[in-house]
Write a protein of this length. Structure first.
Length: 450
């Protein structure tokens, strides 16, 4: 597996980096002071403001269509009307997902489309049996009261906060047009209290500033509920998502197995098979020269003996690449120590396992470490490396580190990308921490199956 090491292939998803692999931006002002002016705050406010009219329209449409459909179930038209209402709710759901994607930066996958076997009634039946359709209807009903509440809270805090904060700028309106000194806090037949002194105006502005600073965080709490509703009701179900993941993983496993078979066939054809063909030819020539030139025949037999040794070594290496016997007989500790001894740099191996995992997981762990140590030998320019294996709950963790030049990345087409796909196929994870200049630490996580 060839992996390019260098500054251009650095892992762009490494913790502590921003989008595009750049470090997160440093701000002079703290987050509490930046929040009222950040784009995220205004996008979330726009989302809350738009939710009110959209949710009212969606609620009225959903309730009308469902009521009409249920009311007409006594006739044949009730079922198609109900199905049409559910289908329209799915259409509104697409709009809501796009709105959440644009304003909340919430990327929700579209649910699977409705697939009827053909004909109107087949489509109607598919709509009515679809749990996604009924979840869209539930969203239409539940979102309206929540959107109304969020709208009132957000508008109230924003309006009162900014109005109070800027009160010293517009207080002149009251004496100029209302004939009073300012906002009236209290009044009866004998007493009136107005905010008109410099201290009272300063205190009002300070309270307004506090509201302005706290309002963005209130808004984020409000849209957090919207995020949960959109994810839970408008996205694909967990079962559908899991089925899609398993289908993708199955494709990766099939491709990986096919690639391994091609590699084994290529190694046999170009390596051991070619040597054995040459060996057969040399032995045939030696047989012909046995009577005429015994010394030449003896030299050819001696050369053929050397070729046999080389062919046997290649067959052993090939068998080790398929599944090493030491792994089956003695487990990960001995198998990893064996591949560490073949690495070009000293490798410290620590395996802390009280029992052995399932053979499939054990094999994947072995080949993962083998690939990573090959990268260390070929590309890292390291002076030492380490391998740590341990169990944490129901997960098997592997960590391979080196003090090389770093810059390893899970970029498209690289060896680490292929290794990531292999681990994904069994619900595994690969995390690369490899800044330019090193050191490099690659952590793999696999499910523990005993």
């Amino acid at each position: 597996m060839a992996t390019a090491y260098g500054p251009d292939t650095r892992d762009r998803h490494r913790p502590g980096t921003g989008s595009g692999g750049h470090p997160p931006a440093k701000h002079v002002l703290p987050a509490a002071l930046r929040a009222p002016f950040e784009g995220r705050t205004w996008r979330e406010l726009g989302y809350v403001l738009l939710s009110m009219p959209i949710s009212v329209v969606l609620f009225c449409f959903a309730v009308t269509m469902v009521s009409l459909g249920l009311g007409m179930l006594i006739t044949f038209l009730g079922i198609p009307i109900l199905a049409a209402g559910l289908a329209m709710c799915r259409g509104f759901g697409a709009v809501e997902r796009a709105r959440a994607r644009a304003l909340l930066r919430l990327d929700v996958a579209d649910p699977a489309p409705i697939r009827g076997k053909g004909g109107l009634m087949s489509w109607v039946g598919a709509v009515l049996k679809s749990g996604v359709s009924w979840r869209h209807l539930l969203y239409a009903v539940l979102h309206m009261p929540w959107a109304t509440f969020a709208f009132v809270v957000a508008v109230t805090f924003w309006a009162y906060g900014w109005a109070a904060f800027t009160y010293p700028l517009w207080r002149w309106v009251f004496p100029a047009y209302a004939g009073v000194g300012g906002i009236q806090l209290y009044g009866d037949r004998t007493h009136q209290v107005y905010l008109d002194s410099p201290f009272e105006m300063a205190l009002t502005s300070a309270l307004g500033l506090a509201l302005v600073l706290v309002t963005p965080w209130i808004g984020r709490g409000l849209v957090a509920v919207d995020r949960v509703m959109v994810l839970g009701l408008l996205g694909p179900s967990r079962l559908a998502t899991r089925v899609s993941e398993l289908e993708s993983d199955r494709g990766v496993v099939v491709d990986t197995a096919a690639a391994d078979l091609r590699r084994i066939e290529r190694d046999l054809h170009d390596g051991a098979q070619a040597r054995l063909v040459a060996l057969a030819m040399d032995l045939g020539l030696a047989k012909e020269k046995l009577t005429d030139d015994p010394e030449a025949a003896a030299r050819m037999v001696d050369e053929a003996h050397g070729e046999v040794k080389v062919a046997l070594q290649e067959l052993r290496d090939l068998a080790r690449g398929i599944h090493p016997a030491v792994l089956t007989d003695r487990g990960l500790d001995a198998a990893l120590s064996a591949i560490a001894s073949r690495c070009t740099v000293p490798v410290k191996v620590v395996v802390d396992l009280e029992s052995r995992p399932a053979q499939a997981i054990e094999g994947i762990a072995y080949f993962t470490v083998s690939e990573l140590l090959q990268n260390v030998s070929k590309h890292a320019r390291a002076t030492r490396a380490s391998v740590d294996v341990w169990r944490a709950g129901d997960r098997l963790l592997l960590q391979v580190g080196d003090d090389g030049r770093g810059g390893a990345g899970v970029s498209t087409g690289s060896g680490l990308a292929g290794l990531t796909e292999r681990l994904d196929a069994v619900d595994g994870i690969l995390v690369v921490d490899s800044p330019a200049g090193g050191p490099t630490t690659v952590t793999a996580e696999l499910p523990w199956r005993g």
